[in-house]
Design a protein around this ligand. Sequence first.
Ligand code: F6P
Length: 365
Amino acid sequence: MAEKVKKIALLTGGGDCPGLNAVIRAVTRTAILQYGYEVYGYKFGYRGLYNNDLVPLTLESVSGILHRGGTILYSSNKDNLFDYQVEEDGKIVKKDVSDVGVENLKKEGIDTLVVIGGDGTLTSARDFARKGVNVIGVPKTIDNDLEATDVTFGFNTAIEIATEALDRLHTTAESHHRIMLLEVMGRNAGWIALESGIAGSADVILIPEIPYDINKIVDKIRQREAEGKPFSIIVVAEGAKPLNGEVVVSKVVADSPDPIRLGGIANKLAIDLENLIKNHEVRSTVLGHIQRGGNTSTYDRILSTRYGVAAVELINEGKFGNMVCLKGDAISYESLENVIGKTKDVNPDGELVTVAKKIGISFGD
Ligand code: F6P
């Protein structure tokens, strides 16, 4: 017999991602319309749980947010309650304050916590489940790098934006006979670069999973020149690196559980390529957080809605400690115990890379 649940709360953690609002809306609407639950949202992820900073979510408060990127609950990618920064005797120290979160849930009579986040946020969700909290996870990240689900919401919006950027770079590259680099996000996975590169007709795609040789990129540019195409488009994942080389780090966010921020590879490559190719100017564009902002794509609105509805169904069935996921065409779920720390990289010998290579795209290898 499933446990009876009356009050649920949501939080969004980690970097924001298009589709968060669509999940919040779907959870809230399903919970209220189908089961009559009371729904709340903690502000700024786990920090809100620690500070007991929560707001009621109603049909009215989630109205008009389906298409909007960002999160009406705000987010933080620094606040891990199992290793939380607090001030003690005038000093900043890190402590496990997760009991405060558990107490706050009890105090408010919250039966279930719906955690919407990537690997870091879901790791804490698993740890709260281990402490006996009823938790349901929903996977988000534009990087699409979680093994447990075929697709994370946010990824589709990111590749739509990156593809449009590549389309726009084509016309200006052609006008000036330039080499144009577009740097996209993705952390240590090349999915955004790979899929936007194929859709946006890139000539070269550089991804972390296939270290590149700059001379091979030059060969591709020369080959295109010989074919009467004196311009080229290169999409480079922020985590791409040369053979026997290292990634470019843009920033270290010291108080973040995952402190390394990648970025800068396109600028570096632009300089290196211009030194090798004397007859073309090389320009670089860093797409950055534009990939995460603005409106959510149609695909992500639907996927997020499916995830949100599925999360509430799991609550209703008492199937706690799980994360909703997509397997093929079907929405499913996996134990949080099995999903944490398992990333999904691009397979260098996989179908998508092979398809791209067969139509002449270079990976610099
Ligand atoms: O994980 C999502 C992501 O956008 C990565 O693609 C990127 O490396 C990182 O977050 C950027 O983090 P921040 O928003 O903290 O700069």
